[in-house]
Design a binder for this molecule. Structure first.
Ligand code: AMP
Ligand code: ZN
Length: 114
């Protein structure tokens, strides 16, 4: 069995509430939402974190950001605005070592983040 929880979702070996899927990314509901709208955009390819992203990943990272906005629009949070978060490694608060974009919306966000 795949050790990575998000690779398991990508492979259909673990359940997820999928909002969008194409040949490069999947977007699904976060199982512990921190806002009325909170979903993740995950490349199908296992990239551990932003620390491993290089020039060869420009296309997939750009596509993931574009899909984040597309799904956010469908979720009705673009007009008022939303937040895109990528946690990287320990100090960034990353808990799942497979690159993912958090999209949060539907409430007022605060700054600075914790
Ligand atoms: P991070 O702390 O940035 O690595 O974010 C991991 C996120 O994945 C957290 O917001 C978790 O709630 C979420 N999460 C963990 N496991 C699952 C899962 N099986 N399905 C959906 N979301 C998950
Ligand atoms: Zn993975």
């Amino acid at each position: 069995m795949n050790a990575c929880p998000f690779c398991r979702i990508v492979a259909g070996e673990a359940p997820a509430e999928v909002l969008y899927r194409d040949d490069r990314v999947v977007a699904f509901q976060d199982s512990n939402p921190q806002a009325p709208v909170h979903f993740l955009v995950v490349p199908l390819e296992h990239i551990p974190s932003l620390a491993e992203v290089g020039d060869e990943h420009e296309e997939i990272v750009g596509h993931a950001v574009s899909v984040a906005t597309t799904v956010a629009r469908r979720q009705g949070i673009v007009e008022r605005g939303f937040r895109l978060v990528v946690n990287c490694r320990r100090h960034g608060g990353q808990t799942i070592p497979h690159l993912h974009l958090h999209v949060l919306g539907g409430r007022q966000m605060t700054w600075p983040p914790g």
